[in-house]
Design a protein around this ligand. Structure first.
Ligand code: NAD
Length: 253
């Protein structure tokens, strides 16, 4: 039997990058997948990829910063697959670097609404659903910016620190209910919307991004997915409230 056979997983931001790689990995190991993101076209494509290899998947268009849409996501999950066992709360956006005085209240609101409120809303609606079937495992996405800072992106840095705090508090609340909550903190990851929007095809910047990681390159989405899959699986049964840094050694220095 495959490792995630009969398990149902919700993956926010599952239409591209790290979320897509994790969706494909979990589907390959037997999980039924619910892809939630704002982008219909790419979300449906991931669903088709999974179905083409014999897996089960649906797409639910969701803006994680809107409670009514997150509620709908979990209701549709239960209606379609009957249960919820796993969640990867991964949807997020970056902040364009700029001097502090130029940063607007609207920008602050947008980054915090998606990166922090979005994760909080997902936890709020996923946990009651998981409790109904006896427990579950959740991973949230922070960043190496969740434990260190970079100048000119303070809102993003604050939002990713907040995801670590949310993870720990909810992990403590549900530790006796067979629900584990952990957080992944990736370094820079190639082939993702985040990286492509931040660095484009500026080769000098890309080489700089590689060079700041002691390993000397960027992560692949699949390398991040492997760590997420471990934290979602029963193999990490004693792990909760944990921050797993996957950054090629960046924060070791
Ligand atoms: P990505 O842009 O490919 O993926 C982000 C996903 O989030 C997309 O599917 C997008 O549709 C979705 N999304 C954005 N806003 C949303 C909203 N309001 N509601 C629902 N979905 C929404 O980039 P990625 O790098 O794969 O990003 C995944 C996560 O990883 C993000 O939280 C990001 O901050 C984090 N991260 C990325 C890197 C990196 O270098 N790529 C490093 C550290 C952390």
């Amino acid at each position: 039997m495959r490792q995630f056979e009969n398990k149902v997983a919700v993956i926010t931001g599952g239409s591209s990058g790290i979320g897509k790689a994790t969706a494909l990995a979990l589907a390959n190991m037997g999980a039924a997948i619910v892809i939630a993101s704002r982008n219909n076209t790419t979300g449906e494509q991931v669903v088709e990829n999974i179905k083409a290899t014999g897996g089960k998947a649906v797409f639910v268009k969701t803006d994680v910063s809107e409670e009514v849409q997150v509620k709908n996501l979990i209701e549709k999950t239960l209606k379609t697959f009957g249960r919820l066992d796993l969640a990867f709360n991964n949807a997020g956006i970056e902040q364009t670097p700029m001097p502090l005085p130029e940063q607007t209240e609207a920008l602050y609101q947008q980054v915090m609404d998606i990166n922090v409120k979005g994760v909080w809303l997902c936890l709020k609606h996923q946990i009651p659903a998981m409790l109904k079937s006896g427990g579950g495992s959740i991973v949230n996405t922070s960043s190496f910016s969740g434990i260190i800072a970079f100048a000119t992106i303070p809102i993003y840095v604050a939002s990713k620190h907040a995801v670590v705090g949310l993870t720990k508090a909810v992990a403590l609340e549900y530790a006796r209910n067979n629900i584990r909550v952990n957080v992944i903190l990736p370094g820079s990851v190639e082939n993702t919307g985040t990286f492509d929007r931040s660095f484009g095809d500026n080769q000098a910047s890309i080489e700089w991004a590689k060079s700041i990681h002691p390993i000397g390159r960027l992560a692949t989405p699949e390398e991040i997915a492997n760590a997420v899959v471990f934290m979602l699986s029963d193999k990490s049964g004693f792990l909760t409230g944990h921050s797993m840094v996957v950054d090629g050694g960046y924060t070791a220095g």
